[in-house]
Design a protein around this ligand. Structure first.
Ligand SMILES: [Ca+2]
Ligand SMILES: [Ca+2]
Length: 265
């Protein structure tokens, strides 16, 4: 009889321990936004603290615990470093201006578009992010969804700069990826970067009509705008000071004279 009672008590203690363990574990799982659950499978959760380990797995491996299965997100963060010739001030990027002051708040210099292109068929875009903030230190960051794991060329577009592509495809299979367009010309496909200062490279300015060529068409657009004393946050304002004038013309003239054009795979 005593044995049976002791056994019952042990079962109760064990059950309580298991319940507590499950509760404790669940309390340490925090949604990172958009977490979903279905049939006991949780996905896109960030996991904090013990006893879970935040694996970053390729292709979506599963970590099971206490009857639940936690699937950890394979989303990738892409951290780009790049300078735009037009905004470069010797140490970083100027903040673009409009008629009343800064166009963007805080440390945002301007906005860019970032595209991931198929490595075997460049015109095919696998993912794109528009209006990404580019900081005065040349930093831009985007989240690449898990569905876009794999290798892609990284393309940077800006409203009056030359389309520029990474030298090679970048692998996006989870974690954080950094790509730097400022430390060497060979970081861009076709070495298509301009030497801005000793050891510092940037994306060519002056493709005002965004056709992939910096030529007389762009010169004429900017020249006309300067003649009309246009002011504001304008595509023809290459240096972003809020005024279209001779300073912008010098930049586009120089790049047009050197027949600068986009170079893509
Ligand atoms: Ca052009
Ligand atoms: Ca200007």
């Amino acid at each position: 009889m005593k044995t049976i009672r002791l056994f019952t008590v042990m079962i109760l203690v064990l059950s309580f321990t298991l319940i507590m363990a499950q509760t404790t574990n669940q309390s340490q799982v925090a949604s990172s936004g958009g977490g979903t659950s279905s049939g006991g499978i949780y996905s896109n959760f960030a996991v904090v603290g013990e006893p879970f380990v935040a694996y970053h797995t390729v292709g979506g491996a599963y970590q099971s615990n206490d009857g639940f299965i936690y699937r950890l997100s394979d989303a990738t963060i892409l951290n780009l470093t790049l300078y735009l010739e037009g905004l470069f001030n010797g140490a970083g990027l100027n903040k673009t201006q409009n008629t009343t002051g800064n166009q963007f708040p805080d440390l945002v210099a301007d906005k860019i578009n970032i595209e991931l292109h198929n490595p075997l068929n460049y015109p095919t875009i696998a993912y794109s992010a528009a209006n990404v903030s580019l900081s005065t230190t040349g930093q831009a960051s985007i989240n690449i969804p898990e569905s876009t794991s794999g290798s892609y060329y990284v393309t940077v577009k800006h409203r009056n700069s030359l389309e520029t592509v990474s030298a090679q495809p970048v692998n996006f299979s989870g974690g954080t990826k950094a790509y730097n367009f400022t430390n060497s010309a060979i970081q861009a496909y076709g070495n298509n970067l301009k030497l801005l200062a000793s050891g510092i490279y940037g994306i060519y300015a002056g493709d005002a009509n965004a056709d992939g060529l910096i030529n007389s068409t762009d010169v004429n657009l900017i020249s006309t705008s300067a003649t009309n004393f246009n002011i504001g946050y304008l595509t023809n304002d290459l240096n972003g000071d809020g005024i279209v004038d001779a300073l912008d013309l010098i930049v586009v003239d120089n790049n047009a004279a050197n027949f600068k054009m986009k170079i893509t795979p």
